[in-house]
Structure formats: structure tokens, C-alpha cells
Write a protein that binds this ligand. Structure first.
Ligand SMILES: Nc1ncnc2c1ncn2[C@@H]1O[C@H](COP(=O)(O)OP(=O)(O)O[C@H]2O[C@H](CO)[C@@H](O)[C@H](O)[C@H]2O)[C@@H](O)[C@H]1O
Ligand SMILES: O=P(O)(O)OC[C@H](O)CO
Length: 727
């Protein structure tokens, strides 16, 4: 989710609607990520007062959020680009603070959060992008606690002395803290954010982890660290290698009068990019005859940006005045000093420009990353060309072989430009090879993979058991009295469409039988299912303890622990059943499951969007009419219960019953997190599959659960001096 969709509306209606690529680095970076992902992109279509249905564009599902003309003025041009943008870029321009802009920012952030809450499937990952949507993580978490929420800030996060000027500084930081992982471009940005959290809220931070109170008695761990963004380096190189693009590069040089050196600047027309400083340095070099227009031409591509914001208008006037003056003073009939282009160009043309340029000038006064620098390097497969790079860009942390400059130091900048023009070919090639390696090894796919790994742990999901997990199982196997507590659906049994068809894998059943035969070893199945349904599908071997309905029902050695509902609870259950059944009847493919103290609405057979919408409707109706009811989200299921209990309470009772000195808990669902939360130091929690989890270990699938249980059987038998007898 980002403020902008990857395409802007140009004109037309229905099938004749025309779209063009949106400007800016965020879209350049995220487009390849989203094309490779199976998800939807939520954002604004770049035009006021137009509603669009969701549609597919170039292989990506797009969900447009509409903005009124007033909201464009107050939320986008105002608060985003005339308050936050200058504030976060070290107040290069003075930020304006207006309360009505803030109100619009809150309103629009809420609209984006609502759109995500509706579109996201159960347990989905929502990745919110950039400074325009900083309140969304908190708003979304409040509506959809099941979601995994990431946030990435594409621009710098300023030092507290600057940030603290923001009248809404607490609300913004609190909004961001709704995310599970908050990503920044540079380590310094993440450090500035953590300092702001400590100063404003006094929360404990340790390294990249921030302990955020969860509203109850516990804390939630939020990670804030840097993930430097990048580009599709191979994609840029592929374009650069095309013969027609190289021919175009040669044509560009020729059309400039074939100067010995072509210098290039490519920027959105933005005051953060240091275009004025670059022009000033270039003008002085011409004035002082250190460069001549016969030898050197500067091509400045300045793509139109935020043209209704006053600072941007003024900047455009200033730049165009300066370019006009310099061209008037120094151009000759055959040689132009500066070729100034105020257009957006297709990717191929940009690459041809990069190939045509001997010297690339990136002189930003402050820039989150700056992708132009990386694009230039990625395109130069000929290992030629020189990059002059501002040390105030995030890119300068990585691209150390560039000529690094402080753009405020005009004399230093001039020397660097001359150094670039005169750099011997060998030196250029040496530097470019090293720069290219850096950009190739750290492309945008790696950026998104490392962010998503931090967010979901999915990067660690290879088949089999890790060495660490096997070592920890061996340790647990030596405990005096062991309890092995297992979730059923998704852990012992693969997930199926019809819950009555679920069966434990043969391997899991065999391993459980082996465990039951070992001394001081007990096995429990802990499920959200009602006990009756659990007994039917699990057909548990004798001696297995059972917990159903998230711990509301327990079957221990002495028989059933039945539940007697009080009259008020029974009345609530009747009303609840009626409400949820009515909502379920409106969704094709939805069904309900009746439990002794509650009801579950299943949406697995529906599309993720329709399922999420139906669940939201049910959640809303129940919250309105039966406010005291416990609600719990699982995978494609929403459960309501008139008596609150969870798998954590259930596991505690089982531990007590068994007198266990060590517990292994395995589960795949959100509701298993309650059980992981009550594990003690000597216990072991293993999450099955991807998704956010506090478990210390993961395995990929029910097949790996079999391998894990078999390993445990062997280890436990060895510890007890027994030998398992596999059938
Ligand atoms: N005339 C033109 N025609 C076509 N394309 C043009 C163009 N002029 C520029 N572009 C493209 O626009 C993008 C600009 O990206 P940048 O990273 O340089 O800055 P931007 O401020 O937009 O991005 C923000 O997001 C990125 C990504 O996180 C951060 O690097 C950056 O610091 C932050 O400000 C590049 O992909 C470039 O090729
Ligand atoms: O045109 P904007 O305001 O969406 O800015 C685009 C840049 O990528 C900012 O991140």
C-alpha cells in the first residue's frame, strides 16, 4: 500500500481509460517486487474526485483509493509535501504546519487503513509505504489484529531536534508503532526514530527492538532497522545491452554536438535534489574556463513533480532562469552549455541517457536513498562512466567508490566535477566494477526479501529441521516428565476445504503412538474445534489428552470436563448464533461451526477479499449487539465465544495435570500464539508454516512435523534407555 498506485490516471472512461507510469523512486523500486508477488497494490490513482473499481494492470492487481480535490490539496500537497517532506529532509525548505492539513491527513490515512482491512485475507501481510501513510499501521492493527504489518519509510527520518517541531509528533510515532517492522533507508534514520520513541514515550529500546505496551499488561516487540532499498539491477542492465538502446545513446551524444564529456543530472524537480548547487558549480567552471562548452555539455533531466506546491513552482522558476542565463552566457551556435529537459521519459530513453553520460551528477542535499545513482551504475556494463555522489544520500553508505561530495561546498563540488572529467580510464573502470558488484549483489529483490523475512520469518522456511531445532529437541528429550502438546489442523493434519475431512498424517499418528509408549511422556491435542468434532477427526489413541474449543472443553484422564453455561451465557449464545448465521447466509461459500460455548464463521471457500469483508461484517454486527463476546481470528475463520479461554490457559492446565517439567508445543495458527506465550524457559515452541509468530523455531509443513516427532521419539527413547518399536 502506498499513496500512489504505480500508474496515474491520464483520461478516458471504461475500457478506454488511459494510464501512465507514476513518477518517482517508490514506484521504480516496488513495481518489480509487486509483479513477482501474489498480492494487491492499494493506492491513489493520481487524480481528484474520481472513483475507480479494482483492476489489473501489467500483471498487478490494483485497488484505487479516491481523494477529493480538497484532500489532494490538504493531505497530499499540504501535509505530506509541504509539512512532512521538508521537515524530514532537514528543513531545507521551511515546513508549514496547519491544523486542517493534519485533519485531512488523519482522515485519508483512515480511508487507506479501511481499504486494507477490507482487502487483506486472514493473516495477510500488509506492507505500508512511506511518509504519506504513517498513521495506517496503528489504525489497521486496531481493526485487524490478525494482520502482519510492515512499514517502510522511503525518505530520511530526521534527528529529534528537527522532528520535535512537528505539533503531532506523538501521534505520528504512535501510528508507526502499530507496525511489526518499521524499515528505514539508513541506520542513522532508524537510530533517529528509536531516539524519538524514547524521548516521546519512554519505551525501552534494545538494538533494533522496541518494546511497545500492548494495551494490557504485556509488550509487543516492534523492530525498527535499516533496509537500504535498491533497483531491479538485472532489468536495467538487460535494457542497456539492447543494440537499439546503445544506438540511441550514440544518437544522443551526436545530437549534443559530440562533446568529449557528457555530464548528466536526472531528478524529480525537487529542492532536495541539489539541482541549483549543481548548476552553480557548473556555471562557475564555465566562467573560470575550467570547462568549455566545446568539450562538455550538461544534460539536466528534471521530471515534473508536485507542481501545485508553491515551493516547487518557485524552484522551477529559479532553475529555468538559471539554465536560461547560463545558456545565454556560454552556449555557442554549435554547442549548448545545458540541455534542459522537463519531461518524464520511458525507461529505455532513461537508460540511453545513462549510457550516453560520462559523468553522472547526483548532488542531493538530502535523499533517502537516490535510485538514479544505482540505475546509472547498473546500466554501465561497459565498466565506464564516473559517478559523483552526494554524501547526504542513502546511496553513499553503499556506493563508496563514487566520488563523494558535500554539495554545499561549491568549491569541493567543482573540484569533484573536474576530477570526474579527468579521471583516467583505468581508474574509472576499477571504481565502476566495484560499484556494479555492490548494486548487483544488493538488488531490489534482496531488499524486499530481507524486509519480508524480518516481518514474517518466511525466509527461513526450508524443508526439514534446523540443527538448532534438533539440538533443542535433544535437550528437551532429557527432561524428567515431558508433555508434547500438538495443535491438530495444519499441524498434525494438512488443511482441507471440508473440516470433517481432516485427518492426521500416518507418520504423525505413528509417532504419537510411539511417544505414548515411552516412560514419563504424555501427549495432548489442543484444538480450536469442539471436542466432539476433534474426537471424530483425530480418532486419538488411548492416553492422549484433549483440549477443544480453545480450552473451553478439556478431556483429561478422569473423563470429560464438561462446561455448564450459565443462563446469561446461554441467552448470549442463542443471540450470537442467530446473528452469525444471518451474516453467513449472505456470503456464498461461508459456513458456521457450532461449539458448546460459541460459534465459528468459516470463510476458507470464499475469495480472500470476500471472506475478509464477510468477517468484518460479522465482527461489526457482534461488537454492536453483543459487546462482551470474545472474538478470535484464525486462518480463514472468525470465532466468537461467550466464555473466554484460549490455548494458553488450556496448555497451563495440561501442564499442571501432567506435572510436566518440559513442554513441546507445535501449532500453525494465530490462536496457537497464546500457547507459545505461556511456554517457559526449558520448553520448546515450534511454529508450523509462515506468518508472524513468537515461537522460537519453525518448520515448513505437516511433513516436517512428522520428521520432528520422529526425531523426538528417538531422542526421548535414547534418554530413557528404551528403544522405540516402529511398526
Ligand atoms: N524524467 C524522468 N523520466 C522518467 N523517469 C524519471 C525521470 N526522472 C527521474 N526518473 C526516475 O524516478 C526515480 C527517482 O528516484 P529517486 O530515488 O532518485 O528519487 P525520489 O525522490 O523520486 O524517490 C524516493 O523514493 C526512493 C525509493 O525509496 C528513494 O531512493 C528516494 O530517496 C526518495 O526520495 C528513478 O527511478 C528515476 O529513473
Ligand atoms: O510524486 P510523488 O509526490 O508521489 O513523489 C514520488 C516520490 O517517489 C516520493 O517518494
Amino acid at each position: 500500500m502506498s499513496n500512489r498506485l504505480p500508474v496515474d490516471y491520464v483520461g478516458g472512461d471504461g475500457p478506454d481509460t488511459e494510464w501512465k507510469t507514476s513518477p518517482g523512486g517508490l514506484v521504480t523500486a516496488l513495481e518489480p517486487v509487486m509483479r513477482a508477488a501474489d498480492g494487491a497494490w492499494i493506492g491513489w490513482a493520481g487524480v481528484a474526485d474520481r472513483e475507480f473499481d479494482a483492476f489489473e494492470h501489467d500483471g498487478i492487481e490494483l485497488i484505487p483509493v479516491s481523494l477529493t480535490a480538497d484532500e489532494v490539496a490538504d493531505y497530499y500537497e499540504g501535509f505530506s509535501n509541504d509539512t512532512l517532506w521538508p521537515l524530514y529532509h532537514d528543513v531545507i525548505a521551511p515546513p508549514s504546519f496547519h491544523r486542517e492539513w493534519w485533519d485531512a491527513y488523519v482522515r485519508v490515512n483512515r480511508r487507506f487503513a479501511d481499504a486494507a482491512a477490507l482487502a487483506a485475507a486472514e493473516d495477510a501481510v500488509v506492507w505500508v509505504q512511506d511518509y504519506q501513510l504513517q498513521l495506517v499501521p496503528r489504525m489497521l492493527r486496531e481493526q485487524r489484529p490478525d494482520l502482519v504489518i510492515g512499514f517502510f519509510n522511503h525518505i530520511p527520518f530526521p534527528a529529534y531536534g528537527i522532528y520535535s517541531q512537528l505539533p503531532w509528533r506523538r501521534q505520528v510515532v504512535d501510528g508507526l508503532l502499530g507496525a511489526d517492522v518499521i524499515g528505514f533507508q539508513r541506520a542513522a534514520d532508524a537510530g533517529n526514530f528509536s531516539r524519538a520513541v524514547r524521548r516521546l514515550f519512554g519505551y525501552t529500546t534494545r538494538g533494533s527492538v522496541i518494546e511497545v505496551p500492548d494495551g494490557g499488561t504485556g509488550t509487543r516487540r516492534v523492530v525498527a532497522r535499516h533496509f537500504p532499498i535498491s533497483i531491479d539491477a538485472a532489468g536495467f542492465e538487460e535494457i542497456a545491452r539492447r543494440p537499439e538502446v546503445q544506438a540511441r545513446a550514440a544518437e544522443i551524444r551526436e545530437s549534443l554536438g559530440s562533446p568529449r564529456t557528457v555530464m548528466l543530472g536526472v531528478d524529480r524537480l525537487d529542492y532536495t535534489k541539489g539541482i541549483r548547487h549543481r548548476l552553480k558549480a557548473f556555471g562557475e567552471l564555465l566562467r573560470d574556463d575550467r570547462l568549455s562548452v566545446e568539450d562538455v555539455t550538461l544534460v539536466q533531466v528534471a521530471s515534473p513533480s508536485r507542481e501545485r506546491v508553491e515551493t516547487y513552482r518557485q524552484l522551477r522558476d529559479e532553475i529555468e532562469l538559471t539554465v536560461g542565463r547560463l545558456n545565454g552566457d556560454y552556449s555557442t551556435l554549435g554547442h549548448q552549455a545545458i540541455a534542459y529537459l522537463h519531461h518524464g521519459y520511458p525507461r529505455e530513453e532513461m537508460v540511453a541517457l545513462y549510457l550516453a553520460a560520462d559523468v553522472m551528477l547526483v548532488t542531493a542535499l538530502r535523499d533517502g536513498m537516490n535510485l538514479v545513482a544505482k540505475e546509472y551504475v547498473a546500466c554501465r556494463f561497459d565498466n565506464d562512466g564516473t559517478l559523483v555522489l552526494s554524501e547526504f544520500t542513502g546511496a553513499s553508505d553503499e556506493l563508496r567508490q563514487a566520488i563523494l561530495v558535500n554539495p554545499h561546498d561549491i568549491e569541493g563540488l567543482k573540484d569533484a566535477m573536474i576530477g570526474a572529467v579527468e579521471m583516467p580510464q583505468k581508474e574509472r573502470a576499477r571504481r565502476m566494477r566495484s560499484l556494479r558488484k555492490r548494486v548487483r549483489d544488493n538488488d531490489v529483490a534482496k531488499w524486499s526479501a530481507s524486509f519480508l523475512e524480518a516481518l514474517t520469518g518466511s525466509g527461513r522456511l526450508t524443508a526439514g529441521l534446523s540443527d538448532q531445532l534438533m539440538a533443542d529437541l535433544d535437550r528437551l528429550a532429557r527432561t524428567d516428565r515431558m508433555l508434547v502438546a500438538l495443535d491438530f489442523d495444519g499441524t498434525l493434519a494438512p488443511i482441507v476445504d471440508r473440516p470433517e475431512d481432516a485427518r492426521a498424517t500416518d507418520g504423525a499418528r505413528r509417532a504419537i503412538e510411539q511417544l505414548l509408549g515411552l516412560p514419563d511422556t504424555r501427549v495432548a491435542i489442543v484444538s480450536g474445534r469442539a471436542l466432539g468434532s476433534l474426537t471424530e477427526v483425530a480418532a486419538p489413541p488411548e492416553g492422549v489428552l484433549l483440549s477443544g474449543s480453545h480450552g473451553v472443553e478439556l478431556q483429561l484422564d478422569g473423563g470429560d470436563v464438561t462446561i455448564d453455561l450459565r443462563d446469561a451465557e446461554r441467552a448470549d449464545l442463542d443471540r450470537l448464533t442467530d446473528l452469525v448465521e444471518r451474516v453467513a447466509s449472505t456470503g456464498e461459500g461461508a459456513w458456521v461451526e457450532h461449539k458448546p460455548a460459541g460459534i465459528a464463521l468459516h470463510t476458507r471457500r470464499m475469495s480472500p477479499t470476500a471472506g475478509a469483508a464477510l468477517q468484518q461484517a460479522a465482527r461489526g454486527r457482534v461488537a454492536e449487539e453483543l459487546p462482551g463476546i470474545t472474538t478470535r481470528s484464525g486462518k480463514s475463520v472468525l470465532e466468537f465465544s461467550v466464555r473466554s479461554s484460549d490455548k494458553g490457559e488450556s496448555l497451563n492446565r495440561l501442564r499442571q495435570h501432567v506435572g510436566a517439567s518440559g513442554v513441546l508445543y507445535l501449532g500453525d495458527d494465530v490462536t496457537d500464539e497464546d500457547a507459545f506465550a505461556v511456554l517457559e524457559a526449558d520448553d520448546l515452541g515450534v511454529k508450523v508454516g509462515s506468518g508472524k509468530s513468537i515461537a522460537s523455531h519453525r518448520v515448513r509443513s505437516t511433513a516436517d512435523v512428522v520428521g520432528l516427532l520422529e526425531h523426538l521419539v528417538e531422542a526421548r527413547a535414547a534418554a530413557a534407555g528404551a528403544s522405540p518399536r516402529w511398526p
